[in-house]
Design a protein around this ligand. Structure first.
Ligand SMILES: Nc1ncnc2c1ncn2[C@@H]1O[C@H](COP(=O)(O)OP(=O)(O)OP(=O)(O)O)[C@@H](O)[C@H]1O
Length: 640
């Protein structure tokens, strides 16, 4: 379309050509604009182009406009208008062609992400292969102890030992014992030998619920292993002194009359006293070490003290290294205790580190250490031999942390996972920290030689309450729900002390005492004995005794302060409903903690097992006045 200059524009001669061109184009654009608005097609086209730009999959990436914009021609005077017109027409044509030329290609599939892996699939990733292939054991499986005159039923228990167990009231083996004994006490006597330098034993990891009898599962094989002369053959490491004392009692009771010497090292006695108890000869350096005990039960800190500071204290003869409450101990990096202990069970890499001194007899040195001796008394010394130490790890909340397991340098480990009360996913539960809980065993049925008992669950309840009323809610459940023979867990020694005082001022006629790290070892022992004798009905404590402690008559566990994690919850609750006895667990949850606590339980698939008990104003009204009075007296006792 030719555009003619307007008559008004002509006289204004001062306008430059460029200006004229600009105005002309402007007019052109104005003229064209209404056309574009009227023509819906143009709009549609531009829309569809926009859409196409936004959706690359509908527009093939290699579609290019074949038409090039017209070449810029040299401008000749008088030709500018035509030039502009041609350019613009060409552009419109191009646009039309472009929209017409777009082929209707099949659309590519939309980019999509693969489904996120499930939590369980993630939990199994990077897991120790030995754990993946763990042997799953039904917690309800029991094996009656074979009577005198019959064979051992594959248990490896001698007649004498069976008699001893029956005398102690143990007439059947629990699931963890039934499965572990044949593995640790094989029928082939060569595999039971103290030294197995050419065929060292496999290490063992056991995950079994609290109170399921793990202690006896390692005490029996240790007591039944061969012994000729006294050497340190078994080392049991536990996290606390109280547990050391408890495990010692089990060793002494079951091993009575066997002549095995048992020692403990916890720091409760002076270092030199312990040295005298443990070492026969401190003076002359002996390459084979010297020991007064066959079995040593200890805490890791004191063990390291003896490894570094007691002459002739040696772990070269160890046949069993037991790490009980393994997850807790592996979390302790104290002096890198584990690395030091493992190193002491192996011969040093160079003879420079050989134990100093000559052995009085060459067989006083463990086979794996003999190659380091400066002389070679027999040809048997030519072969490289392996240490015979078998590591046994136990916990109700076994670690699955590959890093921690690697630090143990396990030898072809065999895992046993004892499944607890709920329908379990076995290894997956261990992998996902869904720990098995104790069950209460009731009705029994006999299947072949094994007895299976149907499981009912330990009662678990939670009470959500106002923080200021928490002590009163606690007193209410003591009064109304008969909570005695109870362990009550608080978050600290200080809150233990405060709660005990308030409890006394509330005056319910129930004896409650504090049990915390603030007390001396002697005071703790006395209090524990009184509680066991039921002279004390409620023991209010910190988490000091939440692990491992075994007191038969504990019928209730109260988490007065919510546990910080699921492991703590499992171990606290595990102080009751042990060895098939019934038990009840209570958790007092402050309103602001309820969300966190419930999500913790949900994560561990445990929420459905918790029953909520409502204790409202109506229930508490009767005791409020007495409570106010007790609070007042508590306040006064602190201000005195
Ligand atoms: N076969 C058995 N028959 C009867 N009682 C048993 C048997 N085995 C163990 N017990 C008793 O069961 C109780 C719990 O055992 P133990 O302390 O070994 O549990 P645990 O599995 O180590 O628990 P935790 O994980 O809490 O330490 C103890 O009183 C123990 O004497």
């Amino acid at each position: 379309m030719v555009v003619v200059a307007t008559s008004e524009a002509a006289p204004k001669r001062e306008k430059t050509k460029a200006k004229q061109r600009y105005l002309k184009r402007k007019k052109e654009r104005k003229k064209n604009r209404p056309k574009a608005v009227v023509s819906g097609a143009a709009d549609d086209a531009s829309e569809s182009e926009d859409d196409a730009a936004n959706e690359p999959e509908t527009r093939p990436p290699d579609v290019k406009t074949t038409e090039k914009p017209p070449k810029k021609r040299r401008k000749v005077v008088g030709e500018e208008d035509e030039d502009v017109e041609m350019g613009e027409v060409a552009q419109v044509q191009n646009e039309q062609m472009e929209t017409e030329a777009l082929p209707s290609l099949p659309s590519f599939p939309l980019p999509s992400h693969p489904d996120a892996p499930s939590k369980s699939a993630l939990a199994l990733q990077g897991l120790d292969q030995a754990l993946v292939g763990a042997e799953l054991v039904d917690a309800a499986q029991l094996l009656p102890i074979p009577p005198d005159g019959e064979d051992d039923g594959g248990t490896g228990l001698s007649e004498r030992m069976r008699k001893r167990l029956v005398d102690l009231g143990i007439v059947e083996l629990f699931a963890v014992q039934t499965n572990l004994l044949p593995f640790l006490l094989p029928q082939d006597s060569r595999e039971r030998a103290l030294y197995r330098p050419y065929n060292p034993p496999r290490d063992v990891c056991v995950s079994a619920p609290t109170g399921s009898g793990k202690t006896l599962a390692y005490v029996l094989p240790i007591l039944l292993s061969a012994r000729v002369v006294t050497r340190l053959r078994a080392l049991v490491v536990l996290p606390t002194r109280d547990l050391v004392a408890q495990v010692r009692e089990t060793f002494e009771a079951v091993g009575k009359g066997r002549g095995l010497k048992i020692g403990t090292a916890t720091g409760q006695h002076s270092f030199s006293h312990e040295q005298t108890q443990l070492i026969a000869d401190k003076m002359a350096p002996l390459a084979g070490g010297s020991s007064r005990v066959d079995i040593l039960i200890c805490t890791p800190g004191r063990l390291i003290d003896h490894l570094t500071g007691t002459p002739n204290f040696s772990l070269q003869h160890l046949r069993f290294l037991v790490i009980d409450e393994a997850d807790r101990l592996l979390a302790q990096s104290f002096q890198d205790w584990l690395a030091q202990v493992l190193a002491a069970t192996r011969p040093p890499a160079t003879s420079a580190a050989t134990p100093s001194g000559f052995p009085n007899q060459h067989d006083a040195v463990a086979p794996s250490f003999r190659s380091l001796l400066p002389y070679r008394p027999t040809t048997d010394m030519l072969h490289r031999k392996q240490p015979s130490c078998q590591k046994l790890l136990f916990s109700a909340t076994l670690t699955r942390d590959p890093g921690k397991l690697a630090a143990l340098d396990l030898r072809d480990p065999k895992y046993f996972v004892v499944q607890g009360a709920k329908v379990s996913d076995g290894v997956l539960d261990v992998a996902m920290d869904k720990f098995s809980m104790p069950a209460t065993l009731t009705v029994s049925a006999i299947v072949a030689n094994l007895r299976y008992k149907p499981l009912t669950f330990v009662q678990e309840r939670m009470v959500v309450c106002e923080p200021s009323l928490k002590p009163l809610v606690f007193f209410h459940i003591v009064l109304e729900h008969g909570v005695t023979n109870a362990l009550v867990f608080t978050k600290s020694a200080e809150s233990t002390e405060r709660l005990v005082r308030l409890f006394e001022f509330f005056n319910m006629g129930v004896v409650a005492r504090a049990y915390s790290s603030d007390l001396t070892a002697g005071e703790r022992k006395t209090i524990l004995e009184k509680f066991k004798a039921q002279e004390i009905q409620i023991l209010i404590c910190s988490d000091l005794i939440s692990r491992g402690i075994d007191i038969h008559h504990v019928a209730h566990v109260v988490s007065y302060d919510v546990p910080v994690d699921m492991r703590k919850y499992v171990h606290r609750v595990g102080r009751t409903a042990r060895a098939g006895r019934p038990g009840e667990a209570w958790t007092l949850v402050e309103e602001q903690e309820a969300r966190y606590f419930k999500s913790m339980m949900k994560e561990a698939d445990h929420l459905p097992r918790l029953k909520r008990l409502r204790v409202g104003d109506k229930e508490l009204a009767g005791s409020k006045e007495r409570y106010e009075d007790a609070l007042q007296r508590l306040k006064e006792s602190y201000t005195k």
